[in-house]
Design a protein around this ligand. Sequence first.
Ligand code: HEC
Ligand code: HEC
Length: 481
Amino acid sequence: MRLATPMAALIAWSFALPGADAACPGYLVCPAVSYPAVLREAPARAVVAGVDAEEARAVKAAAGNGINFGQVVSRLGKALAFDRSLSVRGSEACASCHGEAAGFAGGIAAFARAGGVLPGDIVWRTGPRAPLSLAYAAYAPVLHYRAQTQDFAGGNFWDSRATGLLTGSPAVDQAMVPLTSPFEMALPDVACAVWHVGQAPYGPLFRKVWGLGSLAIAWPADTAQVCARPNDGGADQAPLHLSPSARARAVLSARQIGQTIETFEASSLASPFSAKFDAVRAGAARFTPAEARGFALFTGRGKCSACHVATGSPVVFTAFTSANIGVPRNPDLPFLSESVADRAHYVANPAGEGFIDEGLGGFLASDGDPDPQWKRQAQRFMGAFQVPTLRNVALAPRPGFARSYMHNGYFTDLKTLVHFLNTRDVLPRCGAGGEVGVTCWPAPEQPRNVNVTLTGRLGLSDAEERDLVTFLGTLNDGFFL
Ligand code: HEC
Ligand code: HEC
């Protein structure tokens, strides 16, 4: 199913770049070293040339003039989301993993084929999951338990752990996580993000939006050195020695970075609701016969809309609930072999090959669970993941471009994915010699709690599967321009 470009080979490639290691003996941080050449494939403009000229002009103009909050804050948020300098080595922006041309989800085909996940700013560290889209995520409500349906709704992330209970908004809680996550942007201290914003070309605009005091922090003399050390996931997540008042200011400003990014995510720059589906709903366009058949299957015999809700206002194709739909373990995940300490003493995955992603159940059972009542529900949600939006799920910079789908990136094309939902419980389990997706399917990563009423045995023909995929193509933004 995959064209194997082993992740190890891609990472080796990055080390082979001139000066990668030799230039910084004994230390991980090599500001001169950027992402490996493979990342040039990234549609994320951040990786190639930063925010485009039009964005840059708008941000600059706004910095000089008065502020139109509606438009300017979202553009400032885009500048933040496209700024590589917010990572420890300066090589990774939010947009590196949330490429615009791939629906703000992933966007580097070589990595989609090599295990589904993208490396962090420290390139040999990868997390356990494939990127979700940052578009439409800001529409998630605060995570809450619904007694009537006995389920959870809301939050960001595959396991909903960015609950929104910290700041009142899941997207704001979420945006602060990647800045310091060891396998994402890996800053050692969230205050380092604030320091970098102070140095950025859009720093003056940030000050205008959030107040002159927002970046007026007395930084210690060793700030540049401390902020250049990658986060090792250790106990000290605040190695910058700030005074108590400066620390409080930095925490607030970091939250404001999150709020600004959330404004971008919710704005029409990221969530424009401009798909053919929206045009059809508005009576401004018509589905082709195949699209219409696909939509009828989506809401009918395919049962998709039971989870990917296709009604309401706005339609985001999820009610932010969770389910286990039996996705197989992804044996290609590089994370599975990250069980030994790397050179910065960080062990990404102590469980090694035995790792099972428990999704929402894992979060509810963890110490991070904010509500002790919720812990009692954890077992019912082991292996359950948040229903993702389907907007832009087919968006790609060119035909045949691989995207990674599902929490672990197991699928790289939509036809196979729909065939799985259709036949998971029809075909036998793969033993020795079966052909995956043709004569058999592998066992679910977590066999408990698999939803067998809405997925697994849909009785759709091959032509009907294709119609469903055709319909998914109508959810790509950019139909209205
Ligand atoms: C190394 C790649 C990487 C980088 C860099 C990165 N992300 Fe992500 N993003 C991911 C992955 C993987 C997930 C899913 C993780 C999970 O569910 O635990 C994710 C999830 C998200 C989500 C959740 C969407 C939803 O529907 O719940 C949002 C929003 C998001 N990222 C925004 C951002 C922002 C903002 C930044 C920069 C501050 C950022 N990401 C940086 C890979 C990345
Ligand atoms: C029982 C609820 C449920 C039903 C019914 C359902 N899905 Fe999903 N869908 C999910 C969940 C949950 C995930 C994520 C699962 C995971 O990562 O383990 C998902 C993931 C997906 C993805 C991958 C999106 C991404 O960004 O990775 C696509 C595409 C998709 N579903 C399409 C469909 C279609 C088409 C149908 C109908 C044939 C359907 N789904 C029916 C719950 C459902």
